[in-house]
Ligand binder design. Structure first.
Ligand SMILES: *[C@@H]1O[C@H](CO)[C@@H](O)[C@H](O)[C@H]1NC(C)=O
Length: 523
């Protein structure tokens, strides 16, 4: 089951493809869920840090990251290790951690060492599975940090590279590209894009970011999705474009979405709905949900009701425009997760206010499930709620076992454990209704390249009707936005009954994925 390079590629391109290595983990989702509405579990009682950013690595463990200039955390660095940073505004000599590795198997937390300030930074895996983390505040604003993932018993850690960003970026968004590098879009007063590694590419102006920069800077953490035609969909505030990242021009502009501003600090969220074999991996739709009432960040005392709408659009349609839908609940700071079944879960956030310290109230405690394929008006289902508010500076990530890891929430400048909405150090896992059943054996290549065909097999001694195979990317999650979240779903694969062996062959536009999911429908 080895990999074969595309016959058409040149030697140089082959090397790039070979560098786009992927790792796989497997989970089978059977019908007959744990609980019709899902269930919650607190998996870590005190992580020691509050999580502002999080990413699941190809080892299945999770990198948690806060900011560094927040004063002592409750997670000590290893004995004798301290951070000496005279530019840190809170703690120039700091022996506590501001990043950590969480292992879902053991629920253990290992402190990680970060040198410069990661406050409102951004990140993304590169084609080799390395986490690349860019920007932040103050002395961190032009930094590029890397983290080579390792197994739970490893000792990998953050490294600061000697190359800097071309311009300081605070509240930017990163998107992995088919060449294995990433584009970094925007940031506060940074109306340009650049690439990491730059490979000779400079900065390019992006007019959209200027046009959408209102009085409260609603153009931050823009939503960026790589579409199957290799262009980028870029959304800021209420406007969006199709952008050619190779030649740096705007291919087309889309109509303004009705309703509230949707990006930071108004904090809607966005996903590209899963690309399916049925759609030839070419059809796609963008979903944007939630946001804050206009001006909420500038007038935080108002605690105005958040948006209750989603907009959905086919970016390839000739007359592309948003179709609006109403959510069961208002939500700002919601996180969106693509589920292994191709649906969307919206989780975390608040029903009033916006992002900002103390700028929100009335937490949204119940997740909702959105079924893209259901009839309009029947697409939302409300799930089991938690009693832990997850508002500003919280995260949600899909784990390889299908659960959703929920961490963080700090609506204060520093760690504050008194009063309303104390800094949250607990980590929860939400088990959505699709979980349950026995896992099959799943064999797939350990790594693969962009655009590669691959084959894999599933071994299962059960009574199957058909199998859906889905793969999801592992995003870098921060500020209610999962940078690079996409899923591919291959439906209907031939089935035999005993010692089932299935082979999958397909070619898709991009396979920068490492979570491999398989669904069996037999009941
Ligand atoms: C897009 O749809 C909205 C209603 O959702 C409508 O007001 C607007 O005129 C439409 N724009 C275009 C360009 O069709």
């Amino acid at each position: 089951m080895g990999l074969e390079m595309r016959k058409t590629c040149s030697i140089g391109l082959c090397q790039v493809l070979a560098a786009l290595l992927l790792w796989w983990s497997a989970v089978l989702i059977l019908c007959g869920g744990v609980n019709g509405q899902g269930s919650w579990e607190t998996v870590v009682k005190n992580a020691g840090i509050s999580t502002m950013h999080a990413a699941v690595t190809h080892f299945g463990n999770v990198v948690l990251l806060d900011r560094t200039n927040i004063g002592d955390s409750q997670l000590p660095l290893p004995p004798g290790v301290c951070r000496n940073n005279q530019q840190d505004r809170a703690n120039k000599y700091d022996c506590t951690a501001h990043s950590a590795l969480y292992s879902p198997g053991s629920n253990k937390i290992r402190p990680l060492f970060v040198q410069t300030d990661t406050w409102c930074s951004s990140g993304q895996f590169d084609g080799s599975g390395k986490l690349v983390q860019t920007g932040g505040d103050a002395e961190g604003v032009r930094k590029i940090r890397t983290y080579w993932p390792c197994a739970d018993d490893g000792d990998c850690n953050w490294e600061e590279t000697t190359t800097n960003l071309q311009v300081g970026r605070w509240y930017a968004s990163n998107q992995q590209l088919p060449d294995g590098t990433q584009i970094v879009v925007g940031g506060r007063n940074a109306f340009t894009v650049e690439y990491v590694p730059a490979n000779g590419r400079g900065q390019f102006d992006l007019q959209l970011l200027k046009d959408t920069n209102d009085a409260q800077n609603d153009n931050l953490y823009p939503f960026v999705h790589l579409l199957p035609d290799n262009n980028l969909f870029i959304f800021a505030n209420r406007d969006s474009i199709l952008y050619n990242w190779q030649d740096n021009y705007v291919v087309r502009k889309y109509p303004t979405i009705p309703g509230e501003p949707r990006n930071y600090p108004s904090a809607g969220s966005s996903v590209m709905l899963p690309l399916t074999a049925t759609g030839g991996f070419k059809a796609c739709e963008i979903l944007v949900c939630g946001g804050a009432a206009p001006g909420s960040f500038s007038n935080p005392g108002r605690l105005a009701p958040a948006s209750d709408t989603c907009g959905r659009m086919d970016p390839f349609a000739k007359d592309a425009n948003w179709t609006m839908e109403t959510m069961p609940q208002r939500r700002t700071m919601g996180d969106m997760i693509l589920t292994p079944l191709g649906d969307v879960i919206i989780i975390n956030g608040a029903t009033k206010g916006s992002q900002g310290w103390g700028y929100a109230s009335d937490p949204a405690l119940t997740p909702v499930l959105y079924y893209p394929g259901a009839k309009s008006g029947e697409r939302f289902q409300t799930l089991t709620g938690t009693d832990i508010p997850r508002m500003y500076h919280s995260t949600a990530n899909l784990l390889p076992d299908g659960r959703i890891l929920v961490a963080g929430s700090n609506t204060h400048q520093f760690y504050t454990f008194t009063g309303q909405f104390p800094t949250e150090l607990r980590i929860e896992a939400f088990s959505p209704p699709y979980l349950g059943g026995t896992r099959p054996g799943l064999v797939v290549p350990g790594e693969m390249g962009y655009g590669e065909e691959f084959s894999g097999s599933v071994n299962y001694n059960g009574n199957l009707v058909w199998v859906d195979l889905s793969m999801a990317s592992a995003p870098f999650v921060t500020h209610s936005y999962a940078m690079v979240i996409f899923a591919l779903i291959v439906s209907y694969i031939s089935v035999s009954w005993f010692g089932l062996v299935l082979f999958f062959f397909f070619r898709s536009f991009v396979l920068m994925v490492f979570v491999f999911r398989c669904r069996v429908r037999g009941c």
